[in-house]
Design a protein around this ligand. Structure first.
Ligand code: TXA
Ligand code: MG
Length: 311
């Protein structure tokens, strides 16, 4: 990958954002495609580049917990505690939005998702930029999230313009699956998406219980088919089951990183992409135990294996 788009220069990234361009940013979870929240044209381009339906809310990335009151209106005590204790980190907190948040960002909702990412380049970028950055994962809608600058370039590089836009290369993402999402506008708070910060972690941080998601597709990541590669994904519970299924499935390969669930999470999307590059028809994935980060890996694998509406 050699491209004028890819760079490690934070000052260039700040200039792009201030001029209304878009910048792919590294985070500890996955790469995001960022725009200045106050630039309607740049926010619109995010939807265009991703092919994301309007009305689908974007996460607003901020520097630190000190930004909570700028973007939210009377956040609950739980929201404050989570921001204080878990940021910067892989946690998105849904709070009532303040008037500073444009409706295009929230799809007209009264709430907004806020997150302070932990990747050092993006921490520095947010500090120098000084404002808020909306950033969905930097992939085309419904596809697998990018966990390296090269993934971003492969997915959307042809839709970016080196004169105005940039891919900030911060190396491979350390966690590899998207942030945990907790909705603090409900009582009790609800876990909308699992991630590296588990429901148990959240309960320990706020000292009260957390519910599972209720209501129809509260987060887009909860739609059935999402995070999907081109190959078919079949799920099994053990290595033995994988071997048996493979024997009867031509053109299949096995994905089994259950020995270390952190490695499974970190490499999951890269492995799904690699399977497509090798032209594999069926990827047989062994599910990790439903424990800790295993919940998030199981969730993403289950979505990758879900029936696709259009194929
Ligand atoms: O790790 C991450 O969260 C990455 C990095 C780039 O920060 N971002 C990410 O963004 O995964 P995206 O847009 O791909 O997923 C954001 C999810 C969507 O499912 C969206 O529906 C949900 O967050 N979301 C955002 N704001 C919301 C709100 N106000 N209420 C409910 N769900 C919301
Ligand atoms: Mg996404």
């Amino acid at each position: 990958m050699r491209s004028e788009l890819v760079d490690t220069d934070i000052d260039r990234a700040v200039r792009c954002l201030r001029a209304g361009g878009v910048v792919a940013i590294p985070t500890e979870t996955v790469y995001g495609l960022a725009a200045d929240v106050t630039s309607p044209g740049a926010v619109e381009r995010i939807f265009d580049i991703k092919g994301r339906p309007h009305g689908h809310p974007l996460i607003l990335h901020v520097s630190s917990a000190a930004d909570l009151d700028r973007w939210s209106h009377e956040p609950s005590d739980s929201a404050r505690q989570l921001a204080q204790l878990a940021w910067p980190g892989p946690l998105t907190i849904i709070v009532p939005s303040s008037r500073a948040v444009p409706p295009a960002v929230t799809g007209g909702r009264a709430s907004v998702g806020l997150r302070s990412p932990a990747h050092p380049l993006t921490v520095a970028l947010l500090e120098r930029f000084g404002g808020g950055l909306v950033a969905p994962s930097a992939n085309r809608f419904g596809a697998v999230s990018p966990t390296s600058a090269e993934h971003v370039w492969t997915d959307i590089g042809d839709r970016l313009d080196p004169a105005t836009d940039m891919i900030l290369d911060g190396g491979p993402c350390s966690i590899g699956v998207e942030s945990t999402i907790v909705d603090t506008t409900t009582t009790p708070p609800q876990l909308l998406r699992s991630g590296a910060i588990t429901a148990d972690d959240v309960e320990a941080l706020i000292g009260t219980s957390v519910a599972g998601a209720s209501g129809p597709a509260r987060a887009s990541g909860m739609l059935e088919s999402h995070y999907a590669p081109n190959c078919q994904v079949r799920l099994v519970d053990s290595a033995d089951d994988a071997v048996a299924l493979r024997a009867g499935t031509p053109g299949s390969e096995i994905l089994d990183l259950t020995e270390d669930v952190a490695v499974y999470a970190r490499r999951l999307y890269r492995e799904l992409r690699a399977a497509d590059e090798r032209g594999i028809r069926t990827l047989i994935a062994v599910l990790p135990p439903a424990d800790g980060l295993g919940h998030a890996v199981r969730d993403r694998l289950t979505k990758a294996a879900a029936p696709r509406p259009s194929t």
